[in-house]
Write a protein that binds this ligand. Structure first.
Ligand SMILES: Cc1ncc(COP(=O)(O)O)c(C=O)c1O
Length: 331
């Protein structure tokens, strides 16, 4: 089965020779003191960030949880659909949780969102940009409207940029009330090492990092990540491989855009919806390509597919063509 339901990279970034280097440099019997600083320095430099404004923990997931714990006491608001873990963490922490629903075409009405913020007064608003599951990016003025409303509520706006390297640069809302979450799990292909990044300023940085563990990540994982990130030519080639895979993915599914909606993608997956989306999803699954199906009512007629190895696209394209031949064209 070719897995298309996980939003991870289809190939590993870690070369065998990194293992020897990491084995030699890791002092297994000691607590990892210097590695955290080294990895932060590399990441900050590569991404033009101030190293004093970033911190690492176990995946973007841990930062979602930590921002909720430290800044979300009066409630969490998000949009739906979005990354399902927002709801999980809010429930786990027994925090009030508010969702603003998308329109039928999975777009969002930002006036409605801003009104909901003023009505419910949550202390934290979170969304993913680029957005999971639609794969799209929000407009700068839309994000700014949320940031302004949250600032007026003396709350915080967390932008989960797990997929940003697949997207495009944008002018982020600025200020101490805005936090950004990133990860090494997506474009860097290191989901197994569990390394997530928070970017925050001033007092907000202090608040969100107040509950840090003294040694949040392990020696080996941090050393492997550092060795990989320092292999600049390979990082670039590896990222390009995935971006090409994403473009091939979108091209493959655009073949069916006369019979269902197929979004553009600023992520490592493509989102399809409409009354025939499930039919295609099932056909592909029966033939060895498993997309992501949803139980939730608002996602019943949608399927999301993530990138696969380049060599798997010819077969995927063939299957999509075969399925399409049996469809009468109407949208
Ligand atoms: C929007 C979004 N945020 C966060 C994550 C989790 O990232 P991590 O592996 O760094 O915990 C995912 C994973 O699929 C995601 O889709």
């Amino acid at each position: 089965m070719v897995i298309m339901n996980r939003n991870t990279s289809p190939i590993s970034p870690i070369k065998k020779e990194y293992m020897d280097e990491v084995y030699n440099r890791t002092v297994f019997q000691d607590y990892p003191d210097v590695e955290l600083g080294q990895l932060k320095d590399i990441y900050a430099k590569d991404n033009n960030l101030n190293v004093d404004e970033i911190e690492l923990a176990s995946g973007a997931d841990e930062w979602i949880q930590k921002t909720f714990i430290t800044l979300g006491q009066k409630g969490i608001m998000t949009i739906t659909p979005d990354f399902f873990m927002y709801k999980e963490y809010a429930e786990q922490l027994q925090l009030p949780f508010y969702e603003v629903e998308s329109e039928a075409d999975y777009s969002f009405d930002f006036d409605k969102i801003v009104k909901a913020i003023y009505k419910k007064k949550p202390s934290l608003f979170i969304l993913s940009n680029p957005h999971n599951p639609t794969g799209l990016m929000f407009k700068e003025d839309e994000l700014q409207a949320i940031a302004d409303a949250m600032e007026a509520m003396h709350g915080y706006f967390v932008i989960d940029e797990a997929y940003i390297e697949f997207g495009k640069e944008y002018a982020r809302p600025d200020g101490e009330h805005v936090l950004i979450i990133r990860t090494l799990s997506k474009i860097y292909g290191l989901a197994g090492l569990r390394i997530g990044i928070i970017i925050a300023k001033g007092e907000t940085y202090d608040k969100v990092t107040r509950i840090n563990h003294p040694y949040p990540l392990d020696h080996v994982g941090m050393n492997l990540a550092s060795v990989f990130l320092e292999d600049k030519a390979w990082v670039k080639e590896y990222a390009n491989y995935q971006i090409e895979a994403r473009d091939m993915l979108v091209d493959a599914f655009k073949q069916v855009n006369q019979v269902m909606s197929v979004n553009d993608s600023y992520t490592n997956f493509v989102f399809t919806y409409g009354d025939r989306a499930l039919s295609l999803g099932r056909y592909l699954e029966e033939n060895g390509f498993s997309g992501r199906f949803y139980e939730e009512d608002n996602l019943k007629e949608t399927v999301r597919y993530s990138i696969i190895k380049h060599e798997d696209y010819p077969r995927l394209n063939e299957l999509i063509e075969e399925w399409l031949k049996n469809q009468t064209i109407k949208k």
